[in-house]
Design a binder for this molecule. Structure first.
Ligand code: BES
Ligand code: MN
Ligand code: ZN
Length: 496
């Protein structure tokens, strides 16, 4: 998909398809009004026949409007003007792109900068248009023998007034970079566990590093043994696939500037181990590396936007399998930090690989560490598929991430990390247990991680409910690449 901006009057734009908004009650947006005047009331006449009321997300295509240079005019329902917030704006843009995709038009010109989206500005709107378009264009067919037909729609153009043109162009570029990061994360998430193995993820990281000039290092089992990563290795020991610890480095900031470290859970398949999961929907545990995928996607977006800051990505990756050598319930392992862990449930493996990765993060003297993990089913129960769970040992960092999520329309909700919950992790035999029982399962998982994040400002995103969709639209969502890139953009001083 290609993106561009254009100035000028809507009626004069010679384009295969021109999209303008119509509010509820057949009220014309400014751009639609301009077309109607040029066409001497032709829009009013069509609307008067009752083919479109202006309901949010509805569309109607008109051909050969007199006095209008576009080949097609696409009317897009916006709903009530007063109700037009971020979600509605994105929905209208999505409806426009989808309708244009069903035509033979190779390009869609949108008059969408003047449409309200809560209190958002032209930069935000343009970014969202690019993101929504990338979402609509996304296909995952690399594992099908018959590929889906290429869609004619290959270009998106935003019509903007002179005062908004600069912001619109920048917004499109940002949206394009973030959209590409999300598509990368989706592709990796959607690939099956027999393809997307720890070794495959390491290869993808190396490829990304080559393409975007990132530093990359892959630690092997023997390296992890030397570092004393007994917790991470205890998860890997039931699998025939060798584990990897991937370290990526994006150096866009000053040499001495402390980096933001992103840590992504990379369980390429989670059977539960000896604490085997039940069969229904177990296939979805191929998505248990979506945290890792979001780190790769965010780094790609940073590099494309040339953000002025330093970011380190750490990805602990392994399968969680019930092989003959697998960890058994009751086994006690020693983490790199020296703290011992009684593994009461081998299905609580995410925290076991993340804790060693967090300890490893200390060597980068981070400004902040954010880990991203499909960590608990309990988080899905708490927040559903709308918000990711956010935990932090630093209030200011939590606020930054919440705001980034709002900005990207990739929201998180702040959850408690009070000491009162720590008691649930008590073990009779080791420094801690790896589970805290049924109550507040997402909170106790975060509490476990907090014990390995004492030396830096740290936040944890539980994306179990947001990283993928189930059912007929089953597939990776690319979240929270939007939140992460917004966060990094703000930190680097770009975007707002
Ligand atoms: N990867 C799962 C979490 C998960 C489950 C994400 C379902 C999305 C949907 C994680 O490794 C896990 O199995 N967690 C256990 C923890 C429990 C044993 C304390 C869970 O949530 O059941
Ligand atoms: Mn598990
Ligand atoms: Zn898991």
């Amino acid at each position: 998909m290609q993106f561009s901006t254009k100035r000028g009057a809507p009626e004069m734009r010679a384009t295969p398809c021109l999209a303008v908004g119509v509010y509820a009650g057949r009220k014309l947006s400014a751009a639609a009004g301009a077309l109607d005047r040029a066409a001497q009331g032709a829009l009013h006449e069509v609307l008067g026949r009752g083919d479109m009321e202006g309901k949010l997300g509805s569309t109607l295509i008109l051909y050969r409007l007199p006095g209008v240079a576009a080949e097609r005019v696409l009317l897009v329902g916006l709903g009530e003007e007063a109700d037009l917030h971020e979600r509605e704006y994105r929905e209208a843009a999505r409806a426009a792109v989808k309708a244009a995709q069903e035509t033979g038009a190779g390009m869609l010109t949108l008059c969408f900068i003047d449409i309200r989206a809560g209190r958002r500005d032209a930069l935000w709107k343009a970014r969202q248009v690019a993101l929504v378009a990338a979402e609509c264009a996304y296909r995952f067919d690399s594992m099908k023998s018959k590929k889906s037909d290429p869609r004619p729609l290959a270009q998106i153009e935003l019509l903007a007034a002179a005062r908004d043109a600069g912001a619109a162009a920048r917004g499109l570029r940002q949206g394009e970079a973030v959209g590409a990061g999300m598509s990368l994360a989706k592709d990796l998430g959607n690939l099956p566990g027999n393809v997307c193995t720890p070794a495959f993820l390491a290869e993808q990281a190396k490829k990304l590093a080559r393409e975007w000039k990132l530093g990359v290092e892959v630690l092997e089992r023997k390296d992890m043994e030397k570092l004393g990563m007994g917790s991470l290795l205890s998860v890997a020991q039931g699998s025939r696939q060798p584990p990897k610890l991937i370290v990526l480095n994006y150096a866009g900031g000053a040499k001495k500037a402390k980096p933001v470290v992103l840590v992504g859970k990379g369980i390429t398949f989670d059977t539960g181990g000896i604490s085997l999961k039940p069969s229904p929907e177990m296939d979805e545990m191929k998505f248990d590396m979506c945290g890792a995928a979001s780190v790769l996607g965010a780094l790609r977006a940073c590099a494309e936007m040339k953000l002025k800051l330093n970011v380190v990505g750490i990805i602990p990756t392994t399968e969680n399998m019930p092989g003959g050598g697998a960890t058994k319930p009751g086994d006690i392992v020693t983490s790199m930090s020296g703290q011992t862990i009684e593994v009461l449930n081998t299905d609580a493996e995410g925290r076991l690989i993340l804790c060693d990765a967090l300890t490893y993060a200390e060597r980068f003297e981070p400004d902040a560490v954010v880990d991203i993990a499909t960590l608990t089913g309990a988080c899905v129960i708490a927040l559903g598929h709308v918000a990711s769970g956010l935990y932090s040992n630093k209030e200011a960092l939590a606020r930054e991430l919440l705001a980034a999520g709002d900005d990207a329309y990739d929201r998180a909700w702040h959850m408690p990390l009070w000491d009162d919950y720590q008691e649930q992790l008590k073990s009779n035999f080791a420094d801690m247990a790896n589970i805290g029982g049924r109550p507040a399962g997402s909170v106790t998982a975060a509490c476990f991680l907090s014990r390995y994040a004492k030396k830096f400002d740290w936040a944890h995103l539980d994306i179990a409910g947001t990283a993928w969709k189930s059912g007929k639209d089953k597939g990776s969502t690319g979240r929270p690449v939007g939140l992460l890139t917004s966060f990094l953009m703000k930190r680097s001083g770009k975007g707002h």
